[in-house]
Design a protein around this ligand. Structure first.
Ligand SMILES: NC(=O)c1ccc[n+]([C@@H]2O[C@H](COP(=O)([O-])OP(=O)(O)OC[C@H]3O[C@@H](n4cnc5c(N)ncnc54)[C@H](OP(=O)(O)O)[C@@H]3O)[C@@H](O)[C@H]2O)c1
Length: 298
């Protein structure tokens, strides 16, 4: 298949592109810079120059592909409305371009909005609708296109897609711990974060393209829930700094924008995803990755 990939130069996207190419797919990657274009070209992917703010470029990329994998995101965590608007506009543009075609549209989502008292499952619909909600409600917006002849598949990635070179949430927590000289967790730190190694996330993405029926919610989750206290302890070991509880009311001040995420209890099952795709996570666990030292090198 000729797959148009937005975010092809990103952390998950570059691993997913490698997976798709290795499986024999043709990749057309969206690139907004010379360096992203060069890295795609070097691995044998085709380059489609454009930007999330240039919806014509997104429309053209989607309309000329057999499938779309949408992973680009502005990630403006200080100003989430900016990211949400761009996300909604991109999803609507891609959905409209694929309407009536039956072609696959895979998009990234997250696991926030978990079910209190039990792990989130693939049967739990996102409670987020509309521009004001997290990620601009893009998951539900994309699913609306199933009834309009689009083969939408949602990829809910664990909040940490970890591995050497990660610049996401765990890298941000390490930077905060380094700055404060303490590795913090919120309250008693019993709240859990699911996790997945980058290689496993890339494999779920490729298998989802090959196998998932329209309207499927996939959980790219290797570990159901790692207590955030254990994450802080591993960061403390890695940086050789004390580990301490941060009162919930001080979390925003201590952690900044990531405080609201690190306080969440979002245990998430991937049992149905594993069964549907015949996928077993094989990458290192989050704590193994943290203890390997890659997050602490300068
Ligand atoms: N990593 C995680 O732990 C995680 C967890 C849950 C959900 N997700 C979601 O999964 C998706 C991929 O995440 P990621 O970690 O791979 O993100 P990432 O490493 O930050 O990559 C973001 C990608 O988006 C592209 N991009 C940013 N702004 C753009 C713009 N204005 N126009 C076009 N492209 C733009 C970047 O291109 P450049 O290379 O040019 O900057 C890059 O390819 C995102 O939707 C993210 O929210 C990730």
């Amino acid at each position: 298949m000729r797959v148009f990939v937005t975010g092809a130069s990103g952390w998950i996207g570059s691993a997913a592109v490698d997976e798709l190419l290795a499986a024999g797919h043709e990749v057309v990657g969206l690139a907004r810079s010379e360096s992203s274009a060069a890295s795609l070209d070097a691995k044998g992917a085709r380059v489609h120059r454009g930007d999330l703010d240039d919806l014509d470029s997104i429309r053209e990329g989607a309309a000329t592909a057999d499938a779309v994998l949408h992973l680009a995101n502005k990630h403006d965590f200080d100003n989430p409305a900016v990211s949400s608007l761009a996300e909604r506009n991109a999803v609507r543009t891609i959905g409209d371009a694929l309407t009536g075609s039956g072609r696959p549209f895979l998009l990234a989502s997250g696991v926030a909005g978990a079910a209190p008292g039990r792990p989130l499952t693939e049967d739990d619909r996102s409670p987020f609708h509309g521009l004001e909600s997290p990620r601009g409600g893009s998951e539900n917006l994309a699913l609306e296109y199933v009834d309009r002849g689009v083969h939408t598949v949602v990829l809910r990635f664990a909040p940490t897609v970890h591995g050497a070179g990660d610049h996401g949430f765990i890298a941000a927590l390490v930077a905060i711990a380094r700055e404060h000289g303490v590795a913090g967790y919120v309250g008693d730190g019993a709240n859990r974060w699911p996790a997945v190694h980058r290689s496993d996330a890339a494999r779920v993405t490729r298998l989802g393209l090959d196998k998932a029926p329209a309207g499927t919610l996939l959980h790219a989750v290797g570990e159901e829930g790692v207590p955030t206290r254990e994450i802080a302890e591993a960061i403390g070991r890695g940086l050789d700094v004390p580990v301490t509880s941060i009162e919930p009311q001080d979390a925003q001040k201590h952690f900044g924008w990531i405080g609201r995420f690190f306080a969440l209890d979002v245990a998430t099952s991937s049992a149905r995803t594993q069964e549907l795709l015949g996928w077993t996570p094989t990458g290192p666990t989050l704590l193994q990755d943290l203890d390997s030292g890659s997050y602490f090198r300068a």
